[in-house]
Design a protein around this ligand. Structure first.
Ligand code: NAD
Length: 251
């Protein structure tokens, strides 16, 4: 028996990397998973169905309300509802680190629009369905950058601080609806996007040195926290951000 048998999960930004692995992990635990991204989700869906899991792929831009309405429609009519929402979509692995004074308004707005406002838009779209069903679990993917403010990523760090803030506010507003809203703040994680982004290379060695557990962090290191927050194990936990970084910062 899987820990998510009978549940339906939606995950955004799950064509690759951490999102694709989380989608697979939830399917392995028995959830029917709606795998969404602005990119093709074919590879992520195939990885699930090839191993006997249930998944449906869909092109969804988290900043487009029409896409989000269609996402909710597919989840409710084809997959049976929305029990778990994982807000993972983000502009991250393609970022080129640069000093804040070189970030123009358009770039700043883009990062905030996708990473922060996108979570607001997804939540506004899915919450009526969760309330109608009597509850649900929301897991927002934030970032450990919020805790220490690394150079070169000020716009991204601000957007993930906003995700942590939204997590707290949404948890308060949904506490009496049996919807728990929590976040995970990963440290620098060797996702395929990060491995391909040479601009992040200089952060690797110092990051590992700064951890209590001195090794590279892998996407798999996030799955235990995901499962805790997606199951009834966390039913009295809401508005929290789980810092998963090998003990780099103590929060
Ligand atoms: P990634 O960049 O490979 O994945 C992000 C996904 O989001 C991509 O597939 C991308 O296509 C998608 N996306 C971008 N804009 C979108 C939009 N408008 N609508 C829908 N999807 C969109 O990054 P990753 O390393 O797999 O990270 C996954 C999550 O973890 C992100 O939220 C990231 O910010 C967070 N995170 C990553 C690390 C790390 O070191 N890898 C550390 C902390 C937090």
């Amino acid at each position: 028996m899987g820990r998510l048998d009978g549940k339906t999960a939606i995950i955004t930004g799950a064509a690759q990397g951490i999102g694709a692995l989380m989608a697979k992990a939830m399917a392995t635990e028995g959830a029917k998973v709606l795998v969404t991204d602005v990119q093709s989700t074919d590879r992520a869906v195939k990885a699930i169905t090839d191993t006997g899991g249930t998944a449906r792929g869909m092109k969804v831009d988290v900043t487009l309300n029409d896409d989000l309405a269609a996402m909710v429609e597919v989840a409710t009519t084809e997959l049976g509802g929305i029990d778990i929402m994982v807000n993972n979509a983000s502009i991250f692995a393609t970022l080129k680190p640069k000093p804040f004074f070189e970030i123009d308004d358009d770039e700043f707005d883009l990062i905030m629009r996708v990473n922060a406002r996108g979570v607001h838009q997804v939540m506004r779209a899915i919450v009526p369905t969760m309330i109608k069903a009597g509850g649900g679990k929301v897991i927002n993917i934030a970032s450990g950058t919020f805790y220490y403010g690394p150079p070169g990523l000020s716009h991204y760090t601000a957007s993930k601080g906003a995700v942590i803030a939204l997590t707290r506010c949404h948890a308060r507003e949904l506490g009496d609806k049996n919807i728990q809203v929590n976040a995970i703040a990963p440290g620098l994680t060797e996702s395929e996007g990060v491995i391909a982004n040479r601009g992040l290379d200089m952060a690797r060695a110092p990051t590992i040195a700064s951890r209590s557990i001195k090794r590279e962090m892998l996407p798999e290191d996030l799955l235990g926290s995901l499962m805790y927050l997606a199951t009834s194990d966390s039913n009295f936990v809401t508005g929290q951000t789980l810092n998963v970084d090998g003990g780099k910062v103590n929060v």
